[in-house]
Design a protein around this ligand. Structure first.
Ligand code: ASP
Length: 323
């Protein structure tokens, strides 16, 4: 029987509702182990209890260590694919990190749960079973890292958490799902998407993510000009415009050759050099701001952290972000 590695990192899927404190927490250390019998119909599962952290405790450095572990299993000829269980809050960031740094054709699947193991309608068991089924399905080959959740398959690059508590939280707003899971089938609608890959040996760049708002004060951004900032991601307004009040900070970052990557705070559409006014996209492009399309702010930040391990050259980074 095919072998699949399941690497647990924690999150609600590994937690339970504690009646005494009326809160969800990692009370049950065997929550994941108990799911193994459900998976054995589809694969021999090697379950690795790597971490048990809530995903707000995840960091790029831990993502890097996790990527090493995923790679270790993928190198093993007897393993068909890897499933990572993860808290949903930062799941999309870890999934995208793995997508960027792992080049294997074997599937890497990230999943989790919105309801803990002892809550009514717990979704962890079905999400994990679907993930293992997806991992052993030949059509999952060469798709990079994918997210399996609530009967759907999403590309790591496009998926995002859209609801605080609903089990249908993971959506790919601009592009939709790449596949569905039914009782009998793993059904992809599209051939594998083009992939990009970066070789890194750490992930410790300091990259803040800033959200643009009406009436921003440059005072709020003073820290960006202090030593130790390696790059900045800005969720800009609309098609890629910023309030004029913060342009002095952007100009200073640009003159210091600190990469500034711009995405839109709109979750659909592209940033472009359309507007020619103070703070408009045209001016930002001329200043060397890197335009990123199709990524949300948190994922552009992950990409910049990864990309900075390969190059600090603004032109090279622009090429990376044009993918
Ligand atoms: N707060 C939890 C976490 O991300 C939520 C979840 O797992 O769904 O760890």
């Amino acid at each position: 029987m095919t072998q699949v590695a399941v690497i647990n990192t924690g999150g609600t899927i590994a937690m339970g509702m504690d009646a005494e404190s009326d809160s969800v927490k990692p009370t049950d250390e065997h929550a994941m182990e108990r799911l193994i019998p459900l998976l054995e119909k589809y694969a021999n599962v090697k379950m690795d209890h790597y971490l048990n952290i809530p995903s707000p405790h995840m960091t790029p450095e831990i993502m890097y260590q996790l990527a090493q572990r995923v790679h270790h299993y993928l190198e093993d000829k007897s393993i068909a694919g890897v499933v990572v269980t993860h808290g949903t809050d930062t799941l999309e960031e870890t999934a995208y990190f793995l997508d960027l740094v792992e080049s294997s054709e074997k599937p890497v699947i990230v999943t989790g749960a919105m309801r803990s193991s002892n809550e009514l309608g717990a979704d962890g068991p079905v999400n994990l079973v679907h993930s293992v089924r997806t991992a052993v399905d030949p059509s999952s080959s060469n798709r990079g890292t994918i997210v399996v959740f609530n009967d759907e398959i999403h590309a790591a690059r496009f998926v995002t958490k859209t609801h605080t508590s609903n089990v249908a939280t993971f959506q790919s707003p601009q592009y939709g799902t790449i596949g569905q899971i039914t009782h009998k089938q793993i059904k992809y609608y599209l051939p594998p998407l083009p992939r990009e890959h970066y070789t890194v040996d750490k992930a410790d760049a300091s990259v803040p993510l800033i959200k643009a708002t009406a009436g921003m004060s440059p005072e709020w951004l003073k820290f960006l000009l202090e030593p130790g900032i390696d790059g900045v991601v800005i969720e800009a307004l609309g098609q890629g415009n910023l309030p004029p009040s913060i342009m002095p900070v952007i100009r200073e970052l640009s003159s210091r050759k600190i990469p500034v990557v711009m995405v839109s705070r709109c979750f659909n559409g592209f940033v472009q050099d359309t507007y020619g006014y103070e703070g408009g996209g045209k001016q930002l492009k001329e200043l060397g701001v890197i335009f990123s399309n199709g990524l949300n702010g948190q994922k552009a930040r992950i990409k910049l952290i990864v990309a900075l391990e390969t190059s600090r050259d603004i032109e090279r980074l622009k090429e990376y972000f044009s993918f």
